[in-house]
Every structure is written in structure tokens, then in C-alpha cells.
Design a protein around this ligand. Structure first.
Ligand code: G
Ligand code: G
Ligand code: NA
Ligand code: MN
Length: 254
């Protein structure tokens, strides 16, 4: 298909860009890290969502090149930021299914950590339950190796899957991201949030960091903060930013 050809060419020509969305400490409002989100500006079709082009890239070898570019760019970013700040920001990268079962993943991350003189904790691997489900046997093995390597793992879209609780029980996640749908439910007319309460309690007991996704309003921020959810991400703080704009933010010391 034409779109697939366009995508392969775009990846080869480094035309896909990586944007960064800040992750915030809800109490202090300090940035603690960023999620890397890939952007493709198609010359005629305009902006195409990664939920559309990542599956297409996964049908070709170009996904490997894109993953390499992402990891190397993220490393270079972290090193560049370090010139302007002592804050040990992290960047969390979304891992596709094929990558998750690739035993090179850890070596590749370690190489980037070494190349750019980063702390181990600065690169976080973000996975969805969907990806784990497809690769149950390998998931456990990879988790073990990531742990040993000191690389943190974040569970994305928590609470939406079929068996979120069972995954949490079996695999040692470092970070949980409460799915946006639960945060969207926090409105003036809906002050009770038993599910979020439960997730906060669970994360505290298990000593897992908790990030609320899709925080869009001051009320949501306030409510989450009162509920002792420590971290958040969303349009209320910032959209995903270009590398240039992210650097400005880092230089400003936020
Ligand atoms: O903002 P947004 O449209 O960026 O993201 C849509 C979806 O695409 C999200 O589920 C996000 O996790 C995923 N996504 C964004 N960037 C990447 C990437 O580089 N790799 C993978 N595998 N998924 C990504
Ligand atoms: O699947 P994942 O959770 O990685 O997807 C992240 C997606 O959510 C990206 O498309 C990102 O651009 C988007 N996003 C980030 N913050 C907000 C927000 O506050 N509101 C909405 N509606 N989308 C958001
Ligand atoms: Na994600
Ligand atoms: Mn998510």
C-alpha cells in the first residue's frame, strides 16, 4: 500500500519526530519525566496518529529502524538536558509487541545509557496489558532481566484491560498509569471515585509510583492530589511538545 511505502521512506529519511509530554508531581508541580510520543507529518495527508502508523510500521522492518531512532534520540535528549539541569528526568518510551519479545531490547537500552552517560532509571519502558497478553511466557522472563538491569517498567492504560489486577500480582511494575477514562470521569457532578481510590491504595501498598493520565482540568488535578495520587500527565499541564519546546521548558528549570 502507498501509505506503507510513504512510511518506510519517511522513517529512512528521519522525518518522524519525537515529542515529549511532561509528567508532573501533582503537589509540587515539578516535572519528573516525560513520555516520548512519535509524530508523523505526512506531506499530503497531514498529521497521522501513531495508533494508525505504528501498526503499519510493524508490518515492515522499518519499525526496527524507528525504534532505534527513538531510543537514540531519547538518549541524546537526556544528555543535552543534563547540560542545563541537574534534575534526573526520565523519558518513558512506548514499546511495541515485536520489541518486547526481542532479547536485544535490554542490550540496546544499556548501550544508549552508556553512550550518553545516563543514569539507569532515566529510560523507562512503557507497556500495555495488550502487549503482555500476547507474550505471557516471555513477559515474565524479560521483566526479570529488566529488573536486574535496573530499567524501570511502566504499565500503561491501567484498569482498562481484562486482567489488570492479575498482571499487577504477577509482574513487578515500577510505575502504573491510570487510564485516562477514569480521570475523565472526575467532574463537578461526580466527586466519588472509588476505582481511583482503590488504585491509589493498591499502588501505595505495593510501593509502585502512580501516574494519572489525561489530566485536563484544575478540578481533576485537585481531586487526584487530594486522593494522594502523586503524579499526573495531561493537557492541563502540557500537550506533547517538540524537542525544541521541551528544551525551553527544561532550561526554565520547571
Ligand atoms: O498522542 P498519541 O496520538 O501520541 O498516541 C496514540 C497512541 O500511540 C498511544 O497509545 C501511544 O502510546 C502510541 N505511541 C505513540 N508513540 C509511540 C511509539 O513511538 N511507539 C509505539 N509503539 N507506540 C507509540
Ligand atoms: O495509549 P497512551 O496512554 O500512551 O496514549 C497517550 C495518548 O493520549 C497520546 O495520544 C497523547 O497525545 C494523548 N493525551 C495526552 N494527554 C492527554 C489529555 O490530557 N487529554 C487527551 N484527550 N489526550 C491526551
Ligand atoms: Na503510552
Ligand atoms: Mn496510556
Amino acid at each position: 500500500r502507498q501509505i506503507q511505502k510513504d512510511l518506510v521512506v519517511a522513517i529512512k529519511n528521519h522525518q518522524l519526530k519525537f515529542h515529549y509530554q511532561p509528567i508532573i508531581d501533582l503537589k509540587s508541580k515539578n516535572i519528573i519525566g516525560f513520555e516520548a510520543l512519535t509524530r508523523w507529518h505526512h506531506p499530503t495527508k497531514g498529521l497521522i496518529s501513531p495508533s494508525e502508523f505504528i501498526p503499519i510500521a510493524e508490518q515492515t522492518d522499518a519499525i526496527k529502524l524507528l525504534d532505534e531512532q527513538l531510543l537514540d534520540t531519547v538518549g541524546a535528549q537526556l544528555q543535552q538536558w543534563h547540560q542545563y539541569t541537574d534534575k534526573p528526568y526520565y523519558i518513558s518510551i512506548n514499546i511495541s509487541a515485536h520489541r518486547f519479545v526481542d532479547s536485544k531490547l535490554i542490550d540496546d537500552i544499556n548501550q544508549v545509557i552508556e553512550k550518553y552517560h545516563l543514569e539507569k532509571g532515566q529510560i523507562v519502558v512503557e507497556v500495555t496489558e495488550h502487549i503482555l497478553m500476547e507474550n505471557k511466557a516471555k513477559a515474565r522472563h524479560l521483566f526479570h532481566r529488566l529488573k536486574l538491569a535496573g530499567i524501570r517498567i511502566s504499565l500503561d492504560d491501567f484498569g482498562t484491560g481484562y486482567s489488570s489486577l492479575s498482571y499487577l500480582h504477577q509482574l513487578p511494575f515500577d510505575i502504573l498509569k491510570i487510564d485516562r477514562s477514569f480521570v475523565t470521569n472526575i467532574t463537578e457532578h461526580n466527586q466519588e471515585n472509588p476505582i481511583i481510590n482503590m488504585i491509589v491504595a493498591l499502588a501505595n501498598t505495593m510501593k509502585i509510583d502512580l501516574v494519572a493520565e489525561g489530566v485536563e482540568t484544575p478540578l481533576q488535578l485537585e481531586t487526584l492530589s487530594k486522593m494522594q495520587c502523586q503524579f499526573g500527565q495531561g493537557y492541563h499541564f502540557s500537550k506533547p511538545l517538540s524537542a525544541e519546546d521541551t528544551l525551553k521548558l527544561v532550561k526554565n528549570g520547571h
